[in-house]
Design a protein around this ligand. Structure first.
Ligand code: PXP
Length: 244
């Protein structure tokens, strides 16, 4: 059964809408843990649109499960990761104008920089996952660069409008996932996953971590954070149901 990393960025988005102190993502992390989250994920963006430096510091001290820091390969953010030492870093591409992460990190184009960042994170004892598209060449290079894991971008699957295109995207994820595992990489998936579409992805063989944010926070607004996390945990614990 895959582990659930709960991304709490959008709790901070609500706080930053008023530049105030509530709701505190640190509280959300505690509630998520109480409800069974296996990890807490935050993205410290260069523009600080939601998560702030203080959040990462306090979460580092308070989160008992794995803290996964999503981040770009910019030097300023790398320095923060090296100083804070989260359990895991997931390297992602970042553009100022995007609403959310668009596409995976191109580890082929950025090979030299990514290798340097991975080596420095490893020297600080931090495990590294690379958020990439479901592409064999990107997986090959991820392995070569020494990452422990790849997180395959599930956005195209989540955005697919028809059953046929959804099945095609799921097959791509399944194929690329098998290739990553054959290459000795841990297999993570994330982006755009929601209650309505998570089960087929959770059922992909050997997927060991799902990172899910927006849909959990959206449901939490209506039903509370613990219930929202518990309901997602229940869904992903029924691995195999999709193929029954
Ligand atoms: N994984 C990665 C690498 C991401 O960048 C994001 C978005 O921050 C997520 C997972 C979570 O995506 P969503 O909020 O759509 O669940």
């Amino acid at each position: 059964m895959p582990k659930l990393g709960v991304n709490i960025d959008h709790v901070a988005t609500i706080r930053q809408a008023r530049r105030t102190i509530e709701p505190d993502p640190v509280w959300a992390a505690a509630l998520a843990e109480l409800a069974g989250a296996d990890g807490i994920t935050v993205h410290l963006r260069e523009d600080r649109r939601h998560i702030q430096d203080r959040d990462v510091r306090v979460l580092r001290d308070t989160v008992q499960v794995k803290l996964n820091l999503e981040m770009s390969i910019s030097e300023e953010i790398v320095q923060i990761a090296l100083a804070t030492k989260p359990g895991q870093v997931t390297l992602v591409p970042e553009k100022r104008t995007e609403v959310t992460t668009e596409g995976g990190l191109d580890v082929i184009a950025h090979r030299v920089r990514v290798k340097d960042v991975i080596d420095r994170l490893h020297a600080a004892g931090i495990e590294v996952s690379l958020f990439i598209d479901a592409d064999r060449d990107q997986i090959d290079v991820s392995k070569e660069l020494g990452a422990e894991a790849v997180e395959l971008h599930t956005g195209c699957y989540a955005d697919a409008l028809t059953e046929v295109s959804r099945a095609k995207e799921l097959a791509k994820l399944t194929d690329a996932g098998a290739f990553a595992v054959q290459n000795g990489l841990l297999l993570h998936m994330g982006h755009g996953l929601a209650y309505r579409n998570v089960v087929p992805v959770a059922s992909i063989p050997n997927v060991c971590e799902l990172n899910i944010g927006h849909s959990i926070v959206a449901r939490a607004v209506m039903v509370g954070f613990e219930r929202a996390v518990r309901e997602m945990k229940e869904l992903i614990s029924v691995t195999g149901r999709a193929s029954e």
